[in-house]
Design a protein around this ligand. Structure first.
Ligand code: CA
Ligand code: CA
Length: 94
């Protein structure tokens, strides 16, 4: 019983609400310029205890930086990042 219980805890998916995600996005923007750079994304993924944060940040930028200007900015790109985080990083957003 005890074993089952601890296993359950280990498998507990990381969850956040969309509101928390939007707040996280604001926190990601370390220098407050309204853009999310790859470096800022890397720090944010590290804060979420993601392994290979630099690689995931690179991939996330690849998916979410729709106009390829090197930063994530605006609702379209934020939505793309939102989709990426849900699909690829195993974070459940409800
Ligand atoms: Ca920034
Ligand atoms: Ca962009």
């Amino acid at each position: 019983m005890a074993l089952l219980h601890s296993q359950g805890d280990a498998n507990h998916a990381r969850r956040m609400t969309k509101q928390q995600f939007m707040q996280w996005l604001k926190d990601v923007d370390l220098n407050g310029d309204g853009d999310i750079s790859r470096k800022e994304l890397r720090y944010a993924l590290k804060a979420l205890r993601q392994k290979f944060a630099w690689f995931k940040a690179w991939r996330a930028m690849h998916h979410a930086d729709l106009n390829k200007n090197g930063v994530i900015k605006g609702s379209n790109e934020e939505e793309a990042l939102f989709a990426y985080v849900q699909e690829r990083l195993g974070i459940v957003i409800c």
